[in-house]
Design a protein around this ligand. Structure first.
Ligand SMILES: [Zn+2]
Length: 592
């Protein structure tokens, strides 16, 4: 008998942002996300009470999935972050930190939420227009013909994941490999109008040094040891290619149960059906040998007699490939996957590999299929090694994100300066532009000038909060009053006046150098980040020594770069989500 309980009335929460419990949860989420941000972010350990896998990470997608909140406002923010990450892979923490900071700063500014929403939209528009301008000073072009920019982009993504536990040298090695793998997936065929990028197959190996990681063109296939040490392999690896390849997706086990459901009636005197199937399989083997096939591959099982026959004829036979590899083999070799053994294999179904060899990486021995030049395939294999499973998983995820960023840069070859500099430049630009146009813009928007300035301050503070979130060790973040870049001073080395005894040689992104030593020549002007400073337009990055700073714009070598596409979308998602939250007047929850 079904149990029925009486419907409980829905719970309505009026003006949820004024609720202290909701605010406590928002602050907690903000603290968690901020503490994970950037290359020095603190790791979080995620595990459940019933045991199982323990995850050590600072990656937003893993964290947000683990943070199951029942609070509707937090669910909304988490969904926005996950949606952004599912499309762009990177900048998930950025979305969360900026969104929560905007909500907090609007709350402390005492602005009416409806006015704040209007103003946030307006300032987002200012930022977006500025970022898309040619002379935007926090943007650099990526030269796809020079791998340095691509390596910097990949390194910035990978180093922002401290869970990978990489040394500087390991980080450089992995970033270079990620770019190498990405370049191998870009097809050489320039004649086609649409370019289809290839794929990188990842082979993770646990317990090996990171520096053993490597990239190979083509595919690495796991095959049984017995085959690797057989004369078949020796025979083919000593010959020069190319080799003809046949690929089957149908089971060649000869097992009648593979024919499908139903009963089989055999008249007395008729041949044994299993013998008939084996005859067909052997006929297929004879045909492929006659067609000079060198490699015979099957997704499933191959009958031992057929295997023995093929081996005797010098054909390398590989079975049980699994479904995941089939598409990749088709793409790489140009073969067509054959789904029947009863009909002859059409000649166009055969594919080609340039060469075959055996590779040993750590404890793993793999069969390496080299792509044929004729198929112009863009498949490569990246072998990733790390000391333990947790670090290996984090590294694998970071490399996938870096690959995604590199692919985005192919479509739109520009990047934004990292290290907090884009945020400080944007904040300075908005502050200056907004202050100059306050009277005009406030009357167009229908708000008072003081409301406009309050909203502007809250918005700029929120952008600067993202740059401040990079700090985890008690150091100080400063902004220079010339180029508006972000500078880091270790704990205890910055004086309150903003003059630094031990100034760093460059800003966070590495594009602005400190020209003069302390006490010599013009002293640059700095101010503490998140403080009030007089509005000024950020100077373009060209040689300018009058301020004591040198923008290295003539030969830009940024040290940290972020994906333009991912960050622009993150900025939009963060502001739109904050506006949505600020706009919510009432939450209606069904409790049973
Ligand atoms: Zn900078």
């Amino acid at each position: 008998m079904a149990r029925l309980s009486k419907k409980t009335p829905s719970v309505c929460t009026d003006n949820p942002l004024s609720n202290s419990e909701v605010n406590r949860k928002i602050t907690l989420l903000s603290q968690i996300l901020t503490s994970c941000f950037g290359p020095y972010g603190r790791l979080k350990q995620v595990h459940n009470t019933i045991g199982g896998h323990v995850l050590t990470t600072s990656t937003s997608s893993f964290l947000i999935q683990a943070l199951n909140s029942s609070e509707p406002l937090l669910k909304l923010i988490n969904a926005s972050i996950l949606n952004h990450v599912s499309r762009f892979s990177d900048c998930g923490l950025y979305v969360g930190i900026l969104c929560l900071s905007l909500i907090k700063n609007v709350q402390t500014s005492d602005l009416r939420p409806s006015v704040a929403v209007l103003l946030n939209k307006h300032f987002l528009g200012l930022c977006t227009i500025y970022l898309k301008q040619e002379d935007c000073s926090c943007k650099v072009n990526i030269d796809l013909g020079d791998s340095r920019g691509l390596v910097t982009l990949a390194r910035s993504v990978i180093s922002s994941k401290p869970g990978c536990m990489l040394t500087k040298k390991e980080n450089q090695h992995i970033s270079t490999l990620a770019v190498h793998a990405f370049l191998l997936t870009v097809p050489n065929d320039e004649t086609k109008e649409t370019v289809r990028l290839g794929q990188t197959v990842t082979v993770p190996i646990e317990g090996q040094p990171v520096l053993d990681s490597a990239v190979f063109p083509g595919l690495m296939v796991d095959v049984p040891d017995i085959l690797l040490h057989s004369t078949d392999i020796e025979g083919i690896t000593q010959r020069s290619g190319p080799f003809r390849l046949a690929l089957f997706t149908v089971s060649l086990s000869g097992d009648l149960s593979d024919l499908g459901l139903g009963s089989l009636e055999v008249h007395s005197g008729a041949p044994n059906p299993e013998d008939v199937v084996l005859d067909q399989l052997l006929w297929l083997g004879e045909q492929t040998v006659k067609d000079q096939v060198d490699v015979f591959m099957c997704q499933r099982v191959i009958h031992p007699v057929l295997q023995q026959y093929l081996r005797k004829c010098g054909v390398l036979t590989i079975e049980r490939l699994g479904i995941d590899l089939i598409d990749l083999i088709v793409q790489m070799t140009g073969a067509q996957a054959v789904a029947s053994y009863q009909t002859p294999v059409p000649p166009e179904a055969y594919g080609q590999v340039k060469g075959i060899c055996v590779r040993t990486v750590g404890p793993r021995v793999l069969l390496h299929l080299l792509p044929s030049e004729e198929t112009a395939s863009a498949i490569c294999t990246m072998v990733i090694c790390h000391r333990n499973e947790t670090m290996l998983n984090e590294l694998k995820s970071a490399i996938q994100k870096a690959e995604h960023m590199l692919r985005l840069s192919l479509r739109h070859p520009v990047a934004l300066l990292g290290g907090g500099c884009t945020e400080t430049v944007l904040a300075a630009y908005c502050r200056n532009k907004g202050t100059n146009k306050a009277r005009e813009a406030s009357s167009i928007l229908g708000v008072s000038q003081s409301e406009y300035l309050l909203g502007l301050h809250a918005y700029c503070l929120s952008l600067e909060s993202v740059a401040l979130a990079l700090e985890h060790d008690g150091g100080t973040r400063l902004i220079d009053l010339t180029h508006a870049h972000c500078w880091y001073v270790p704990d205890g080395e910055a004086s309150q006046s903003g003059v630094m005894e031990e100034a760093p040689p460059t800003c966070g992104c590495g594009m602005v150098e400190r020209r003069s030593k302390p006490g010599q020549g013009a002293e640059p002007e700095w101010t503490l980040l998140n403080s009030r400073y007089p509005p000024f337009p950020p100077s373009p990055l060209v040689g300018d020594t009058s301020s004591g700073l040198l923008g290295t714009g003539s030969a830009p070598q940024p040290q940290v770069l972020d994906s333009f596409t991912a960050k622009l979308n993150a900025l939009q998602v963060a502001v739109e989500t904050a506006n949505l939250i600020l706009d919510i007047r009432c939450i209606i929850q069904d409790v049973n």
